[in-house]
Design a protein around this ligand. Structure first.
Ligand SMILES: [Zn+2]
Length: 452
């Protein structure tokens, strides 16, 4: 594969922003942050929350004095119904000014609802389009959009963004597998958008429906989002092989902030930030909350501020997404750093005194035993809020149909040992047949609570 050193200018959705040096862009956004503070201070709830914030923000370090917004704050603001104020305490505009509602996925609790003004919708659509353009959607792309839920961040807003990026949208989600497969075939769709686990699962369903491999369909670009995974080499290769695709682009966003904020370009070294100028992102140490510089290898939690959203705002929103910076330069010409999401800080589990992300366990297990596994796996918890484990973490994995049981058993034992060595955590693997672990089309959890 040859990678052009500079992407043709027409490929960039918003060249002025995307090629501005990252430091300069962030500095310019601090000015917008000051404007945001002034705007929010005209509202009672925010005036109280911003009591200790400086009047103007001149340097990134000034942000440390601005109170963070937590997911719990957003939920609390909507905990009580307020007649005529559907978005609760954080609603900044009259209800009559809203033209759309969306909701967060609710995978970590009650969903939070958001609203958009006409301006908000236009800005969201542009930024989401930028993410899809970065991920490979332009004129000629015929895009299969597989979520079945319109109201969530990855539903209607993605549909709008895909069209604005230049793609032809085929919203095939929410139908039976056979209808989805039929659309994929008849419309010769060449871009597939879905979660990493759904993309793999869907290839198998297509094969069942068609009686021939999914590689014979036209999907060549896979855009995977909603959960970490598409950046992991084995998972990525599995998706490429299952569809006969030539490109996997990872894409990530948050309903609370903007549904698509990071996307991977054709170079494939990680996801660029695609939500500027409307969103400011900070990287902080999740323990000390000190800023972490954007340098290759740096790791921290992403903290987001919506600089321009009118209907409601989040100020320094703690995403709980743990990012690692993979590079600060890219041959595509975009100047934002590239990152991978390594896990969610609130997914973190503790085995004895060791902290571990379920995604890290999955990556090691796949590294050793991917030949025998479907890729679906999950850790069993005794209670939904269980974080600590004193006995080996019970890990259910799905065996492939065609695999040799004794060879698989050997590999799984080796995987347990590799996890112990590399992560210093003990796991107990329980193999199950294919189909036991449910695969949804939206945000699959890596942990579950047994119904018994
Ligand atoms: Zn790039």
């Amino acid at each position: 594969m040859t990678i052009p050193t500079v992407a043709p200018a027409e490929v960039l959705f918003d060249p002025a922003v995307e090629t501005m040096p990252w430091d300069r862009l962030q500095q310019a956004q601090l000015g917008a942050f000051t404007d945001l503070l002034a705007r929010l201070r005209t509202h009672d709830v925010w005036r109280a929350r911003l009591r200790d914030a400086p009047a103007s923000i001149k340097a990134l370090t000034d942000l440390s004095d601005v109170r963070m917004t937590m997911k719990e704050d957003l939920r609390a603001a909507q905990a009580e119904q307020r007649p005529g104020r559907p978005l609760g305490d954080f609603q900044l505009v009259e209800t009559e000014e809203l033209i759309q509602f969306t909701s967060s996925s609710g995978t970590t609790g009650t969903p939070v609802f958001f609203g958009l003004t006409p301006n908000d919708l236009e800005r969201w659509t542009s930024r989401i389009a930028n993410a899809y353009r970065t991920a490979g959607v332009a004129a000629g792309a015929r895009v299969a959009h597989t979520t079945g839920m319109a109201i969530v961040a990855g539903g209607m807003p993605y549909a709008d963004g895909i069209r604005a990026a230049g793609g032809a949208l085929a919203w095939i989600g929410g139908q039976t597998s056979s209808r989805m497969t039929l659309s994929l075939e008849r419309l010769q769709l060449n871009v597939l958008v879905g979660t990493a686990s759904f993309v793999t699962h869907f290839a198998r369903r297509c094969e069942d429906e068609l009686g021939r491999p999914a590689t014979e369909l036209s999907v060549r670009t896979i855009i995977a989002g909603g959960e970490p995974g598409a950046g992991v080499p084995h998972i990525r290769q599995g998706m490429l092989d299952a569809w006969g695709a030539t490109r996997v682009s990872e894409l990530m966003g948050l309903g609370d902030v903007l549904p698509a904020m990071w996307a991977e370009c054709h170079v494939g070294q990680g996801m660029h930030f695609t939500a500027a100028p409307d969103v400011l992102v900070e990287l902080v140490d999740p323990e000390t909350l000190a800023h972490v510089p954007w340098e290759p290898g740096a790791t921290g939690e992403a903290v987001y501020t919506t600089l321009t959203r009118e209907a409601s705002a989040v100020v320094r929103f703690r995403s709980r997404d743990q990012l690692t910076v993979t590079a600060v330069e890219c041959a595509c010409g975009r100047t934002s750093p590239t990152v991978r999401c390594v896990g969610r800080t609130d997914d973190m589990l503790i085995f004895k005194a060791m902290n571990v992300y379920p995604t890290a366990i999955r990556d090691v297990v796949l590294d050793v035993a991917s030949d025998h596994l479907s890729g679906a796996m999950r850790i069993r918890k005794e209670r939904a809020d269980q974080v600590r484990f004193d006995t080996p973490l019970p890990l259910q994995v799905e065996l492939r149909d065609d695999t040799d049981a004794s060879r698989a058993a050997e590999k799984l034992a080796a995987a347990e040992e590799a996890v112990r060595q590399l992560l210093r955590v003990r796991i107990a693997i329980e193999p199950v047949p294919i189909g036991v672990i449910p695969v949804g089309e939206y945000k699959n959890a890596l942990t579950y609570v047994d119904a018994e």
